[in-house]
Design a protein around this ligand. Structure first.
Ligand code: BG6
Length: 493
């Protein structure tokens, strides 16, 4: 730690993630003068290209995906730090050549032997790459240099495979040097959850089953699966969004205050939440978990195909593109307050938000007649709107004893791309700093898979009638009944 020089080695240099997220993040870092002084990138890919060709390719993509305007001079400054290295990931001898190449870059850019190995590749290559790094002694730390591994999801496809993968990684890297990315943790409003809770008396003192009626988390997306069928068919919404992003959000919302702001202290508290989520009984699985898959529909005025009609999806596929669940966190703070969560593709809106619904006031005084009582709502808007919304009651001007609900909204639109710092900018810098707060520890991954596995297994056995929601809608009817049954509803703020 402390030493901000680094050589970033991206495996999957020609892939989608590199184009859409990593290179734009680096560009934005240089744009904001935040890129470390001693820094270079080796992008490793299977295609045959030279450095110049590679730089051209990523530049074209950068123009599409950067949140800042493209300044030619800055691009030149960045692009001459970026090199391409052709390697077939399974070809053992190639790693020796790669190592020699990295040492040369290391000398040129004075990166002090610090290496950030970024695995932006399909999961079947994770183990091969790490073992090859190991066999070529490329992952050995010295007293004054670090070697860190950044690994994208999916981290295994269930608890068993995640464990096997983790064991392999741990043969080569220390837990502290493994950065398991959950890019949601890099989003501004996700980091803001702890600040909102622990810096505001008015929220934290009410933050429990005593005052909160229920908590809702929705991660709704308009897009379908695009060209990712190969991945998504194996994954579905449960593995794609719930096991990672959604459960991470739940743990931040429900955690106790950590003893300090170190990564360890925070992770200790988050882990306790994951371990307190109810173990779904067969009864609760049946009643409280809703799977969905989109059929044809209309998004933004255009007809779109159903999931089973998407390229490379089987026409009888049972993969879920939507999931809604109700569960309890069985600890002292939360027992009795239900959590409702949902996520889906091809929904009617793009909206990621957390709704905290407070309990209602007694039905006396102002609410004694048939006047409907609007509850206090605190909404944490993650995207595309970013900020906080709060709903409370006031007197209707000029009307005697009439109450209306007032809305305070601090959120602003960030647009699809957003001009808030891209999650990846923050995350890359954190790895270089050696701060793993915004990454998932093995213990968290293990606890999340334990929860996810049970639900996935239930889904596998259940006979699903799919598709069961139209593209452009807000999910299957059953997901509305899940709340209606409890005399509640999803809030779409
Ligand atoms: C990824 C999922 O982890 O998150 C995608 O694999 C999903 O399916 C994406 O679309 C959503 O991320 P964001 O940042 O666009 O909300």
């Amino acid at each position: 730690t402390g030493d901000m020089s680094a050589l970033m080695v991206i495996f999957g240099g020609t892939g989608d993630l590199t184009n859409r997220k990593l290179i734009p993040a680096l560009y934005n870092l240089i744009y904001d003068h935040r890129l470390p002084k001693h820094f270079a990138v080796a992008a490793v890919g299977r295609r045959d290209m030279d450095h110049e060709q590679y730089r051209k390719v990523i530049f074209e993509q950068l123009k599409k995906y950067s949140r800042n305007e493209i300044d030619q001079r800055l691009w030149e400054k960045l692009s001459c730090l970026i090199y391409y290295f052709q390697l077939n990931f399974t070809e053992k001898t190639g790693y020796e050549r790669l190592n020699t190449f990295l040492s040369k870059l290391d000398d040129t850019y004075q990166t002090h032997g610090n290496r950030l190995f970024y695995l932006a590749v399909a999961p079947e290559f994770f183990e091969t790459i790490v073992m090859n790094l190991h066999n070529n002694k490329m992952a050995v730390e010295t007293n004054d240099s670090w070697k860190r591994l950044v690994i994208e999801k999916p981290f295994g496809k269930d608890l068993k495979t995640a464990r096997l993968l983790n064991e392999k990684l741990r043969e080569v890297f220390r837990e502290d040097d493994i950065y398991r990315i959950d890019h949601y943790l890099g989003k501004e409003m996700i980091q803001n959850i702890m600040v909102l809770r622990f810096c505001n008396l008015v929220f934290e003192s009410l933050w429990s089953n005593k005052y909160i009626d229920n908590i809702q988390i929705s991660l709704a997306e308009k897009h379908g699966i695009g060209s990712r069928a190969g991945y998504y068919e194996q994954s579905g919404a449960m593995r794609d969004m719930v096991q990672n992003h959604l459960l991470q959000i739940v743990s931040l919302i429900a955690m106790e205050a950590p003893i300090n702001l170190t990564s360890d202290a925070i992770k200790t508290e988050k882990l306790k939440v994951l371990n307190s989520i109810e173990t779904f009984s067969s009864e609760s699985l049946k009643n409280n978990v809703i799977f969905g898959q989109y059929g044809r529909g209309v998004i933004d005025g255009y007809p779109v195909p159903g999931y089973r009609e998407e390229a490379s999806v089987k026409d009888n596929s049972n993969t879920e593109t939507f999931i809604a669940m109700k569960f309890h966190i069985n600890n002292f703070r939360w027992a009795g307050t239900p959590f409702y969560v949902r996520t889906g593709k091809r929904m009617g809106v793009n909206a990621a938000e957390i709704v905290i619904q407070f309990k209602s006031m007694p039905d006396v005084l102002y609410f004694s007649n048939d006047a409907e009582q609007e509850p206090n709502l605190l909404v944490i808007k993650i995207q595309p709107n970013v900020g906080v919304f709060f709903q409370f009651n006031t007197k209707d001007f000029h009307m005697e004893n009439e109450v209306i609900s007032t809305k305070m909204d601090t959120s602003h639109t960030s647009g699809e791309q957003g001009n808030t710092p891209e999650a990846y900018e923050k995350l890359i810098l954190d790895v270089i700093k050696g701060d793993s707060t915004l990454f998932s520890s093995w213990d968290e991954v293990e606890a999340s898979w334990t929860i996810a596995d049970r639900i996935i297994e239930y889904g596998r056995q259940k006979r699903l009638k799919l598709p069961n929601y139209d593209a452009g809608s807000m999910g299957p009817v059953l997901s509305f009944e899940l709340l209606a049954r409890d005399c509640r509803k999803w809030w779409n703020i």
